[in-house]
Design a binder for this molecule. Structure first.
Ligand SMILES: Cc1cc2nc3c(=O)[nH]c(=O)nc-3n(C[C@H](O)[C@H](O)[C@H](O)COP(=O)(O)OP(=O)(O)OC[C@H]3O[C@@H](n4cnc5c(N)ncnc54)[C@H](O)[C@@H]3O)c2cc1C
Length: 596
């Protein structure tokens, strides 16, 4: 098994050369106050050391040990407490946090790179800082000044961690039917009662306190999603002077045994009149959660890329060393018993497919992160609203496409190892098991596709889609005379046209038949994702081509050759996707329940 090494060269290439993130930061005064290229570079370097040197070495053993539940307490695998302390000492939980309460105020374009390295090296552990950062975001955006002052500094510091409590045994996708109740007290607090399941890091021994954000219903709440409120419920109550007070009446009833991310605790949380405080307005809890979700959903997409990168690193090393058969064109390494498997076209297909998804996906997540920075920090209203629209459109694509392809890439990486990929020792089977959850949590991928097709495309008559199409169109227009890009602009334009055409036809068909949206959605999201990655690969070519001549390292030439593979062998899948979508919903809806 190759030891995971943070791909800093690639990360810097995407951030600085493909997207020129420093220019974006300079254009956003609130970001420019906190970050400059040297600081960003030092942060990447340090994050790479923690990922490769601290977290990756714990990954396999922690998977074997798992977390242990004992009478409400959860103990973490060996080394996790010390690793968490490293995160605390570096203030990493607060990397993107609000400086007014002790955060570092770094832009998402940088934070996304940190997230990739942490998630690639140890996804089970990485969920802890990720959930804390998400809880901080929701609290910072919607909490009262008093709540923010009381909780955010310790959460950014990491001495207190965060957990998100949405799911209940009977309510996952459909949060409108949750049963957890919140009864008001005279002092402005609430008593929260109910059972939440699948709560990641809901209980553990790494932090002094755990701050739960809990969705619950007020006594007079309207039915459905419009009757949900958000509450902050700490494990230990916090005294006026900020010290920890008595234990709140909530407890971890058990932890789940599961397929992957075994080193993370997935908790049943019982709230028994636990004291909590309202975050944001009554009955607006879901909207408050959405602030956080756009960030978290990109974060989950990044987990997909991280796992795929780790798989690619191992598969590449293995393909260079494993000797089997001779190359079809004759022996390449005659002195050896056989050639390394990297000579075989099909092994190259597998490695290149992984590269296509990982490197294109990294560029795509950075592209979405750019829009998140614009949506959050732009001072000009029009620019900010443009950012918000792009984030709304692209978030479900980032979450679902990057995690679906993340699993594909991990399975392909496992395949490169043949039988050894199925064996524990090599690490590939763990990556497959770990990445699988990313398609399910934070909104199952089928629901992401519905969100894209239904809410983000059909509901507004394709207005957000037009913004994306304009962005790609402007790139094509501006680069007509770029020789390196010439082979790619036409297929990119054709793919965009195909997507636009399908967008229009589904909008039309759905006016007649509401089933058309759900019938088209997953294939539509894939078509969108493949087109978006083609745009990313074109931008990669634009950045790499001028530096490729005389590039003896193979870095830039490798990018150009992978782009060619992407356009030749991966992008054409859009043709069959479009054809499937155009066939409509009839073949899906024809069967009676019995005929299944
Ligand atoms: C390891 C793990 C960690 C988790 N961490 C957390 C956490 O920290 N906090 C938290 O609150 N939750 C957490 N979850 C819960 C997770 O977010 C939910 O499992 C997920 O949202 C799906 O809900 P469900 O399991 O109830 O599935 P269901 O909602 O029952 O869905 C079942 C299937 O039906 C489909 N479906 C449902 N409704 C529709 C529809 N309208 N149209 C089309 N298809 C539909 C879904 O796509 C899915 O394929 C975690 C889950 C796991 C397994």
């Amino acid at each position: 098994m190759a030891d995971y090494q943070a791909p800093l060269r690639d990360i810097r290439f995407v951030m600085n050369e493909v997207f020129d993130a420093p220019a974006l930061w300079a254009s956003l005064p609130k970001v420019a106050e906190n970050v400059d290229p040297e600081t960003a570079d030092a942060i990447l370097e340090e994050a790479g050391k923690i990922a490769g040197g601290v977290l990756a070495p714990l990954n396999r053993e922690a998977d074997e040990q798992g977390c242990k539940w004992n009478d409400g307490e959860v103990s973490t695998p060996e080394g996790f407490k010390e690793a968490y302390q490293t995160i605390v000492e570096g203030g990493w939980n607060g990397l993107g946090g609000n400086p007014e309460f002790g955060g570092m105020g770094m832009p998402k374009t940088l934070v996304a790179q940190f997230e990739e390295m942490i998630q690639a090296s140890n996804m089970a552990f990485g969920l802890a800082p990720m959930l804390t950062a998400g809880a901080c975001l929701a609290l910072d955006a919607h909490g009262s000044q008093e709540l923010k002052e009381k909780y955010l500094p310790n959460m950014y510091a990491g001495t207190w961690s965060g957990a998100m409590n949405l799911t209940e045994p009977h309510a996952g996708t459909d949060l409108g039917i949750i049963r957890t109740k919140a009864e008001p007290n005279d002092d402005g607090s609430y008593n929260v009662t109910g059972t939440k399941i699948f709560i990641t890091w809901g209980e553990h021994d790494m932090a002094e306190n755990i701050i739960h954000l809990v969705l619950a219903k007020l006594p007079d709440a309207p039915k459905g999603p419009k009757g949900i409120s958000l509450f902050l419920v700490p494990k230990f109550l916090v005294n006026e002077d900020g010290s920890l007070g008595e234990r709140n009446t909530l407890a971890c009833g058990s932890i789940e045994k599961k397929m992957g991310i075994k080193a993370s605790a997935t908790c049943v949380m019982n709230f028994d009149g636990a004291k909590g405080w309202l975050v944001g307005e009554p009955n607006k809890g879901l909207a408050a959660m959405f602030t956080m979700m756009n960030y978290e959903r990109l974060g989950v997409g990044i987990q997909g890329i991280g796992a795929a990168e780790a798989s690619l690193q191992s598969a590449r090393e293995y393909a260079l060393e494993r000797l089997q058969s001779r190359a079809p064109t004759g022996a390449q390494e005659k002195e050896k018993a056989a050639d390394p498997i990297i000579v075989h076209p099909d092994v190259r297909r597998m490695l290149l497919t992984m590269k296509g998804y990982v490197e294109g996906g990294r560029a795509f997540s950075t592209y979405v992160a750019q829009w998140l920075d614009i949506a959050k920090y732009a001072e000009d209203d029009e620019r900010r609203q443009h950012g918000e629209a792009m984030v709304a459109l692209l978030t479900p694509v980032a979450k679902a496409f990057l995690t679906d392809r993340g699993l594909d890439a991990c399975v392909i990486g496992q395949q490169v190892f043949g039988g050894h990929g199925f064996i524990r020792e090599w690490g590939q089977e763990q990556l497959v098991r770990d990445v699988r959850i990313t398609q399910i949590y934070e909104g199952a991928n089928g629901i992401q596709a519905l969100d894209l097709m239904g809410r983000k495309v059909v509901a507004n008559g394709g207005r957000f889609f037009e913004l994306f199409a304009e962005d790609v169109g402007a790139f094509i227009e501006a680069n007509q005379n770029d020789v390196a890009l010439r082979p790619y602009l036409e297929p990119l334009a054709a793919s965009l046209e195909r997507l636009a055409d399908v967008t229009e036809s589904v909008i039309k068909a759905s006016a007649e038949n509401p089933n058309e949206v759900g019938a088209a959605s997953v294939d539509y999201l894939d078509l969108f994702g493949l087109t978006a990655l083609a745009y990313m690969w074109a931008r990669i070519v634009k950045a790499a081509a001028p530096k490729a001549e005389g590039d003896t390292s193979g870095f830039y030439t490798g990018k150009l050759k992978t782009a060619r593979f992407y356009f030749d062998r991966m992008l054409p899948k859009t043709v069959s996707l479009a054809e499937g979508i155009r066939s409509g919903s009839a073949s899906m809806m024809d069967l009676t329940a019995e005929e299944f």
